[in-house]
Write a protein that binds this ligand. Structure first.
Ligand code: NAD
Ligand code: DAU
Length: 336
């Protein structure tokens, strides 16, 4: 198979590219990434000379470039990770989220249709369902109710994907996953940001009362779920992916402080995220029963290995947190 992965230099995409090359030595993997602030060639260091791997710098919004690439590599399948992904950034400015997440997905769908692509997997998110109360979990039939500009842009993309399947018979599928953690996650997201601040003895900025709940899944388990959907999912369908592993933010922060042996006095409660979704929880029964997928990484061990990864890859995150990141951090946290 000639597999086009978009956004392969980001957190989940880079883990997925490695997993595919390892598991399917006969596949050719083409990684199209625009190298935004979140894209990092170092995430795929060591693969530069891999005979089955090709990196192409470009945008999913550039129809001519995507079309040429699909022809050149005789692409059979597309897995679309490329996106703007940080909720707080979407609150500061939503335009690029619409351009990339909606416009870019639309461009990929047009090219996929024109070239008769055999499988198209859209990597979506549980955030399209909105927020839950104290009980219950999102199923694939939960109505869409996105609350942030990020979530709204992902929901719009999902609707386009389903429309392309319905109208043109495009063999498209959607995954909607809960919060991921693991190696190579950009340190604007909760877990890497807190690990790095703790290692640097900096305050850990917990939004609001810290009681918002997220359902955490190790990135390697998300990758096996996407693999299952790519190879065995039913076209036109949505598959929820999650770890049945709900944690309050404050408890996650306490857990990681205890791992790195730093004091809880570093915890600082700051102004809440506007429109902050209270709780996410995924019902992943469908992908379990239909495709036999289940998570394999236990949270305690996964967190320990993730923290160790950040401790052992200091040059990776130091490079990121100098430069542009400092402006971002000041803007995001100065007035909180
Ligand atoms: P990320 O921010 O780490 O990486 C995004 C990647 O997309 C970067 O490499 C960036 O350079 C690339 N990109 C951005 N705009 C592009 C464009 N126009 N053309 C080509 N490449 C472009 O994101 P992530 O956390 O790895 O998320 C990947 C996907 O998974 C996203 O679609 C996201 O919505 C979805 N998702 C993420 C999570 C999570 O917890 N991180 C959970 C569920 C779903
Ligand atoms: O649920 C899947 C989604 O998970 C993905 O679609 C998104 O791309 C990904 O960014 C993530 O969204 P969240 O908003 O849940 O993740 P984030 O890491 O930004 O925040 C997790 C929780 O921690 C959330 O309740 C906000 C809180 N938080 C976050 C940061 C960055 C803090 O309390 N302090 C912080 O500094």
């Amino acid at each position: 198979m000639n597999l086009l992965v978009t956004g392969g230099c980001g957190f989940i995409g880079s883990n997925f590219v490695r997993a595919m090359l390892e598991k399917y030595p006969a596949y050719t993997v083409i990684n199209l990434d625009y190298l935004t602030y979140a894209g990092n060639l170092r995430n795929l260091e060591g693969l530069e000379r891999h005979p089955k791997y090709h990196f192409v710098k470009g945008s999913i919004c550039d129809r001519g470039a995507v079309s040429a690439l699909v022809s050149k590599f005789a692409v059979d399948a597309i897995v679309n990770f490329a996106a703007e992904t940080h909720v707080d950034r979407s609150i500061s400015g939503s335009s690029v989220f619409v351009e990339t997440n909606v416009g870019g997905t639309n461009t990929l769908l047009e090219v996929a249709k024109d070239h008769g692509i055999k499988r198209f997997v859209q990597v979506s998110t549980d955030e399209v369902y909105g927020s839950l109360g104290a009980s219950g979990a999102f199923t694939e039939s939960t109505p869409l109710h996105p609350n942030s500009p990020y979530a709204a842009s992902k929901a719009a993309a999902d609707l386009l994907v389903l429309a392309y399947h319905h109208t043109f018979g495009l063999p498209a599928l959607i995954t909607r996953c809960s919060n991921n953690y693991g190696p190579y996650q950009f340190p604007e997201k909760l877990i890497p940001l807190m690990i790095i601040n703790a290692l640097n003895d900096k305050p850990l900025p917990v939004y609001g009362d810290g009681l918002n709940v997220r359902d955490w899944l190790h990135v390697s388990d998300h990758c096996t779920a996407i693999d299952a959907v790519l190879h065995s999912g039913n076209v036109g369908e949505v598959y929820n992916v999650g770890g049945e592993n709900e944690w309050k933010n404050i408890d996650i922060v306490r857990l990681l402080l205890s791992h790195v042996r730093k004091p809880e006095t570093l915890i600082t409660f700051v102004k809440d995220r506007p429109g902050h979704d209270r709780r996410y929880a995924i019902d992943a029964a469908k992908i379990g029963s239909k495709l036999g997928w289940k998570p394999s990484v236990k949270f305690e061990g996964g967190m320990r290995s993730t923290i160790e990864w950040y401790q052992q890859h200091e040059s990776w995150w130091r490079e990121i947190i100098t430069g542009e990141y400092q402006d971002y951090y000041r803007k995001m946290y100065a007035d909180r």
